[in-house]
Design a protein around this ligand. Structure first.
Ligand code: HEC
Length: 168
């Protein structure tokens, strides 16, 4: 090359070398920080999966607890349903003495005064009978008459007769 002295060539060569070194060290830097970023991401992901695993096991536990308490709720219901089923016959028998005033079909106003009991729900009748039993119910002034009727009945019998009335 014309005018291209040995000196210039050397300088050019050195510049090239320096540039190469800079570039490669920059590349090294990029590599290092990329590596660091990957490591950090990996750590984060690991931590996240720990959290996820913990949450999952917590959720599993909560679900198991929910199932347990649901079982507890269902079990007595099933028992009382069985009980109600088996005492339906008792209820009809118990209603025998009530029929004298309320009518066989429960549609008579007892002693011409009471409300008609046919068509009332079992819950409603249970509440009313319990109130007569403790003496807190007296609609037509004949509360004492009803108290005498139910004072000899226990809770199961009250439920049974109420269950029968609800079918009338
Ligand atoms: C001697 C008649 C007589 C007999 C027997 C009798 N009752 Fe009554 N019953 C009444 C009278 C009267 C009332 C109204 C009482 C009042 O004033 O609150 C009444 C009220 C009721 C009521 C409340 C109705 C309402 O909605 O207000 C229910 C329920 C009931 N009786 C159920 C029964 C059952 C169950 C039996 C049988 C175990 C029975 N009764 C036996 C006379 C009778």
């Amino acid at each position: 090359m014309a005018g291209c002295s040995e000196e210039t060539k050397k300088a050019a060569a050195e510049t090239t070398k320096a540039t190469t070194e800079t570039v490669s060290s920059a590349a090294e830097d990029v590599k290092t920080s990329a590596h660091k970023a990957v490591e950090a991401a990996k750590e984060k992901a690991a931590a996240m999966s720990d959290v996820v695993a913990k949450k999952a096991s917590e959720a599993k536990e909560a679900a198991a607890n929910a199932v347990e308490s649901a079982k507890e709720v269902v079990a007595p219901k099933t028992e009382s349903a069985e009980h109600a089923g088996s005492s339906a016959i008792d209820g009809k028998a118990l209603f025998g003495k009530c029929a004298a005033c309320h009518g066989k079909d429960g549609k008579q106003k007892a002693l011409g005064k009471s409300n008609v009991i046919a068509g009332q729900s079992a819950d409603e009748v249970v509440k009313k009978l319990e109130a007569y039993k403790v003496g807190t119910r007296n609609v037509t002034g004949m509360g004492m008459t009803m108290k005498a009727q139910v004072s000899g009945l226990n809770d199961a019998q009250i439920k049974a007769v109420a269950g029968y009335i609800s079918t009338l």
